[in-house]
Design a protein around this ligand. Structure first.
Ligand SMILES: [Zn+2]
Length: 430
């Protein structure tokens, strides 16, 4: 076993240039989401590469999923290679989409430039670097250990940045993550090469509307101002909800530490007349607004529940209704994601932890993510609990300008992935 570990590590180090070139190729396919561009192109690229390595490849379109259209089809790729003996299937899942570029770049966001040991570009860190590292790890493993047991799968999936419904959720609904088919899942999201991410907090998104009555702005007493009612809602949030949330702490090892409490963002607020086009030169009309809406993004802890989180907001609104004249509201849930947490003693966790020790000479840190990622679908829809996020890259760089991934980090995390495959897919006598 020791011998094969050294050979796997050496071969991955020898393929450093290939790893760089692969990462650059992936960055140069601008898979922006929204709207979901070039999914087919990146799937074709991955299918060609893995097909040539003896993988059986399927291209799967998430037809009818949110966001799927003929103009922006949600394509996913799934590559599988069966071993020479029966055994467990190890699946590496990466999302292929990247978020918008934004301002402040000094590198070409789709250039894949290399500078001082880093590769720059949108998606370098989140998560094309992780995808490339997993591909090199798997290719080296099957080259050196062709008579492995079980099966190895690599998927490149759409739409993680917009909820994953056209990607992992769709594949899970089709049974691709059923525990009878897949036993171990590693998602190479950028959690750093020495950290194992066990899961994520829950999320609850809702829209609140306060209602009023339109009237002439010179006689507001003849109407009812929905914006003032929303002001009362926001005031109640400040006085009651935010302090209550800040006092709740979780045992989950969420990073960064500020996310170890309940949090809520107010994403947007809209009240009164619609904004005019920028070229409109007239003055606003004088009206009392009859509607004001906010969208809230409530992240919750495993110690809380979907029910308690929504009930808390509704009770606050009901209290306003009984104390405040003419207060009327509407509360609609937009989306909900339950927290997900893999057991620290699950086989994929202990295997990757041991591989991290072997490659980096240190015990891993165990963390959880403040936001959700595709583990939620593998857990809830696929019913597969043996799933972690492990991959190269600095989480804080995700979605930022001049996003980069460290080349050494990619090499070392690919070595960890290959040693994990050796532990899971080589018969003990091997
Ligand atoms: Zn990501």
């Amino acid at each position: 076993m020791q011998d094969i570990h050294e050979r796997l590590k050496a071969e991955i180090a020898a393929r450093r240039e290939e790893l760089i070139a692969l990462t650059q190729d992936l960055i140069r396919i601008p898979t922006l989401n929204p709207p979901g561009e070039n999914y087919r192109e990146i799937c074709d690229y991955l299918a060609k590469r893995l097909g040539a390595k003896g993988f059986e490849v399927q291209l799967i379109r998430a037809e009818g999923a949110p966001g799927d259209s003929n103009r922006y089809p949600r394509w996913n790729v799934l590559a599988r290679r069966d071993g020479a003996h029966p055994g467990d299937c190890v699946h590496f899942n990466s999302h292929t989409d990247v978020v918008e570029v934004g301002h402040g770049w000094t590198f070409d966001p789709f250039g894949g430039e290399v500078s001082e040991g880093r590769i720059y570009g949108r998606g370098a860190c989140d998560m094309k670097g992780g995808l490339a590292a997993s591909i090199i790890a798997v290719e080296v493993f099957v080259d050196l250990c062709p008579d492995f047991a079980g099966a190895i799968e690599i998927s490149g999936t759409a739409d993680e940045e917009s909820g994953g419904y056209g990607g992992v959720a769709y594949l899970a609904e089709q049974g691709f993550f059923a525990p009878a088919r897949v036993q171990h899942v590693i998602i190479p999201e950028p959690l750093n090469k020495d950290r194992i991410c066990l899961g994520h907090r829950g999320g609850w998104w809702a829209e609140i509307e306060t209602k009023g009555e339109i009237a002439h702005g010179s006689m507001p007493f003849l109407g009812d101002c929905a914006v003032r009612h929303m002001g009362a809602v926001l005031d109640a949030f400040e006085r009651e909800l935010f302090p209550a949330m800040a006092a709740r702490h979780t045992d989950m090892p969420v990073v960064p530490e500020g996310a170890r409490q309940s949090t809520m963002n107010i994403n947007s607020i809209h009240g009164g007349q619609a904004e005019q086009d920028p070229d409109y030169t007239g003055l606003p009309a004088h009206c009392v607004p009859d509607s004001c809406r906010i969208v809230i993004d409530r992240r919750y802890l495993p110690e809380e529940s979907h029910e308690s989180v929504s009930r808390e907001i509704r009770e606050l609104l009901e209290a306003l209704k009984s104390n405040r004249a003419k207060f009327e509201y509407r509360l609609d849930e937009i989306n909900h994601v339950a927290p997900s947490m893999t057991d620290r003693n699950a086989p994929v966790v202990t295997t990757v932890a041991e591989a991290i020790e072997q490659v980096l000479g240190k015990a891993p840190d165990y963390v959880a993510s403040p936001g959700t990622y595709d583990q939620k679908h593998i857990d809830r829809i696929g019913k597969l609990k043996n799933c972690i996020a492990y991959g190269p890259g600095v989480l804080e760089l995700a979605h930022k300008p001049d996003e980069w991934v460290g080349i050494d980090d990619m090499v070392e995390s690919a070595q960890v992935m290959a040693l994990s495959l050796a532990a899971l897919c080589l018969p003990v006598s091997g």
